[in-house]
Design a protein around this ligand. Structure first.
Ligand SMILES: [Zn+2]
Length: 399
C-alpha cells in the first residue's frame, strides 16, 4: 500500500478536505494513559493528522507505533502504567525520520487497536487489553487447549475452525427451512476430526454447539490460542437461486473483489446485529477498522490467506462445483485478525436446491471437509511454519 492510500484510510473516517493530504511534519504534543473497563488507552494529542501504523512484535513482546514525519514534543516519563499490559514506553526516530513509539508489553500475543478519535485527525488512541484478558468464550476455549507454544520443537500446527452463525443467528435459510448454522457446524466438526487424525496437526472448534458468538470473539479465540490458521465455514444464500458451488474468501483492505463478495461480506457481518450485539461495520470509513487495517502486518497476513485460499479452492474444485475460480476478497469481520492467516469457505449455497441437498449429505460433507484439509495441508507442506513437525518432515525429505 502506498503512502497516499494509507493516508486516505485515516482521512476517510474524518471527512477532511483533500488539502489535508499534504504531508507536513507534525508534533505529538501530549501522551496520556487512561484505563477503563478492562482495557488501557494510550492517547496521543497531535498538532495535525499523521499517517500511523502499529505492529506487534515478539521477543521481547512489544508494540511499535510509527508516526510518519512526526516529532515528539512532550515527555513519556511519568505515565501511569500500573495494572496495564504496558511495562514501559520509549521513543526514537526511524532512519526515514518517522517518530517511533515503542510499548514494552507484559506478555506476547497482546494486540493493539489503533484509531483516530477526533474529527480533525488530532487525536489518536491505541487500545490495549489489560491483564488478565477476560472473555468467557476465550476462557472456555483455552481451558481444554493450552495456548500453542510456538517455541516448541516439532509442534503441531493449530487450525481453529469457526462454524458460521449459531444460536439465535441461523445464518441463511433454505427453501424448506434448512439452516446454515447446522450445516456449517456439521462440516466444521468433520473438518476438525480430519485435522486431528493427521499427525502434526491439531484442530479447535470455536463453537461445538448451537450457540451464538459475536464475530470479533471468533477471531479472538484464534488469537488467544496462537493459531496457525483460522477457517470459517459457511453455506450461504444468494439472491439468485441458480447461484451454486463453493467459494473461498480472504479479507480485503481495499473494498470487495466483486459485487457478490461485497454482498456476502455484508450478510456475514450482519450476524452480530441478528444476535443482538453491535453490528460490525467493516468499511474503510470506519475509523476503528482503518486503524486495524493500517497495521502493516495485515498485508502479509492477507497475502498468506490468499495463497492458502487458492490451495483450498483448487482442492474443493475436485469435489464440488465452484462458484468462483479465484479466491475472492471482501471486508469480512471474522477474518480481521492481523496476525493469523484466515479464510472463509462458502461450502455451497443453501439457497440452491441441488447444493442444499448435497450440503446435507454426510458423504458430501466429508468430501468437503477432506478437500479443505487437503488444501491446508498442501499449503503448509510448501511453506512449513518453523518449529513445526511438518517443517521437520519437509527437512527430512529434502535431506
Ligand atoms: Zn454464513
Amino acid at each position: 500500500m502506498d503512502r497516499r492510500s494509507l493516508l486516505k484510510f485515516i482521512l476517510a473516517g474524518l471527512a477532511l478536505p483533500a488539502s489535508f493530504a499534504a504531508q507536513a511534519s507534525q508534533a505529538v504534543r501530549r501522551v496520556s494513559v487512561v484505563r477503563s473497563g478492562g482495557s488501557t488507552k494510550l492517547l496521543l494529542d497531535l498538532s495535525g493528522p499523521v499517517i500511523a501504523n502499529s505492529l506487534s512484535l515478539d521477543s521481547p513482546p512489544r508494540l511499535v507505533l510509527d508516526l510518519q514525519q512526526a516529532a515528539l514534543d512532550t515527555t513519556l516519563d511519568g505515565l501511569l502504567l500500573d495494572g496495564t499490559s504496558i511495562r514501559a514506553v520509549r521513543s526514537g526516530k526511524t532512519p526515514t525520520g518517522d517518530l517511533r513509539i515503542v510499548l514494552d508489553l507484559a506478555k506476547s500475543g497482546i494486540q493493539g487497536e489503533l484509531r483516530p478519535i477526533s474529527g480533525n485527525g488530532r487525536k489518536l488512541e491505541l487500545l490495549l487489553p489489560d491483564l488478565p484478558v477476560r472473555g468467557s468464550v476465550v476462557a472456555a476455549a483455552t481451558q481444554q487447549s493450552p495456548v500453542q507454544a510456538k517455541g516448541k520443537v516439532n509442534r503441531d500446527l493449530l487450525v481453529v475452525i469457526d462454524a458460521g452463525h449459531g444460536g439465535k443467528d441461523p445464518g441463511a435459510v433454505g427453501a424448506k427451512g434448512e439452516q446454515e448454522k447446522i450445516v456449517a457446524l456439521q462440516i466444521a466438526t468433520l473438518l476438525a476430526k480430519r485435522i486431528d487424525a493427521q499427525k502434526g496437526y491439531k484442530a479447535r472448534l470455536v463453537r461445538s454447539g448451537d450457540i451464538f458468538i459475536p464475530l470479533r470473539k471468533r477471531a479472538e479465540v484464534a488469537q488467544r490460542l496462537n493459531a496457525d490458521l483460522l477457517v470459517s465455514v459457511h453455506a450461504d444464500a444468494a439472491p439468485r437461486l441458480t447461484a451454486s458451488g463453493a467459494s473461498v474468501f480472504a479479507l480485503s483492505q481495499n473494498g470487495a473483489s466483486s459485487s457478490m463478495a461485497r454482498w456476502m461480506a455484508q450478510r456475514e457481518n450482519g450476524a452480530d446485529s441478528v444476535g443482538g450485539g453491535l453490528a460490525v461495520k467493516l468499511r474503510k470509513e470506519d475509523p476503528m477498522v482503518a486503524g486495524v487495517l493500517l497495521d502493516m502486518s495485515m498485508n502479509a497476513t492477507i497475502s498468506t490467506s490468499l495463497d492458502l485460499g487458492h490451495q483450498v479452492l483448487s482442492q474443493l474444485g475436485q469435489v464440488s462445483g465452484l462458484h468462483q475460480s479465484k479466491v475472492e476478497q471482501a471486508g469480512f469481520a471474522v477474518l480481521k485478525s492481523a496476525a493469523i492467516p484466515s479464510i472463509l469457505v462458502e461450502t455451497g449455497f443453501i439457497s440452491n436446491v441441488r447444493d442444499c441437498r448435497r450440503l446435507h449429505d454426510t458423504r458430501h460433507q466429508r468430501k468437503i471437509a477432506d478437500a479443505i484439509f487437503a488444501g491446508v495441508d498442501s499449503y503448509f507442506r510448501q511453506q512449513p511454519p518453523p518449529g513445526s513437525l511438518i517443517a521437520s518432515q519437509a527437512r527430512a525429505e529434502t535431506a
